[in-house]
Design a protein around this ligand. Structure first.
Ligand code: AMP
Length: 190
């Protein structure tokens, strides 16, 4: 079983839910850059203050801020035996940075799982979540902007990882349990 993993997929594809389940099943920490940013915003840290306006607009937080945060997180001892990155990398620059960070730790990625889902399905899911949780970046206009940014900047990462032989594409539509089973099967097959 592989243990240094990246979860790719559009906002609303279920990455957070699957990352938590996979973390338990695989015994590795799930590292969500979105969650780390949100807790920094809630605690009004300097990092949170730098990140918030980008998040509220559905834009990406600049790479240098995000990369430094991930580098610090991967240096923590619980990441040594593996990790599941949820929401990072999201740009080709972040891909290069992650490779450099891992090379510094004498490690490499084992697999990249892409959860696929149609735009209209994810928009409806995110609007439902907005009604439940009231996240500032879950309004209709911001949701559509987040998807646009995803297609422009992050979707190309799937092709990049496919050429490196790391990509596992998994249908993200189905019950939570079904999707977890598909991911585990895709990882076992690798
Ligand atoms: P998420 O919960 O993964 O959808 O992330 C929420 C927001 O946090 C995103 O819309 C971005 O503003 C920011 N964010 C999270 N991860 C990254 C990343 N890898 N690069 C840049 N911004 C990010």
């Amino acid at each position: 079983m592989t243990s240094r993993l990246v979860l790719l997929g559009p906002p609303g594809a279920g990455k957070g839910t699957q990352a938590a389940r996979l973390s338990t099943q695989l015994g590795i920490p799930a590292i969500s850059t979105g969650d780390i940013f949100r807790s920094n915003v809630a605690e009004r840290t300097e990092l949170g203050q730098r990140a918030q306006r980008y998040m509220d607009a559905g834009e990406y937080v600049p790479d240098e801020i995000t990369n430094d945060m991930v580098r610090a997180r991967l240096a923590q001892p619980d990441s040594a035996q593996g990790f599941l990155l949820d929401g990072y990398p999201r740009t080709l620059d972040q891909v290069a940075e992650l490779d450099a960070m891992l090379a510094g730790l004498d490690a490499r990625l084992d697999a990249v799982v892409e959860l696929t889902a149609d735009d209209e399905v994810v928009v409806q899911r995110l609007l439902g979540r907005a009604a439940e949780q009231g996240r500032a970046d879950d309004t209709d206009v911001v949701i559509r902007r987040r998807l646009e940014v995803y297609h422009e900047q992050t979707a190309p990462l799937a092709e990049h990882y496919a050429t490196r032989g790391l990509l596992r594409r998994v249908d993200g539509i189905g019950s939570v349990e079904e999707v977890t089973a598909r991911v585990l099967a895709a990882l076992n097959a690798s």
